[in-house]
Design a protein around this ligand. Sequence first.
Ligand SMILES: [Ca+2]
Ligand SMILES: [Ca+2]
Length: 94
Amino acid sequence: MTSKGTDIAKIAQQAFNIVDSDKNGYVSYEELGECMKAVARKLGTPEPSDDQILQAVGALDTNKDGNISLEEFSVLVEGLLSAIIDLKEIKSPG
Ligand SMILES: [Ca+2]
Ligand SMILES: [Ca+2]
């Protein structure tokens, strides 16, 4: 029996480790900003502005300590993954 929740937690942990480039256990505004820019470059979309990064990170940083913890980061990953899963289910019914 596979648990979707566990898989998402694993993926979130892996993604968190990648974004946390100095491995201090927290994703800083700068680290997430760099990640957002890298994703934008990959997708060929305009890089997010500093304001957009601040807004995105501020929305994730629910306890407003200036860092994104794994718990806070997981909310983002879970949201993204469930959006992707929803899209897949819409595209390939049955
Ligand atoms: Ca870090
Ligand atoms: Ca925080």
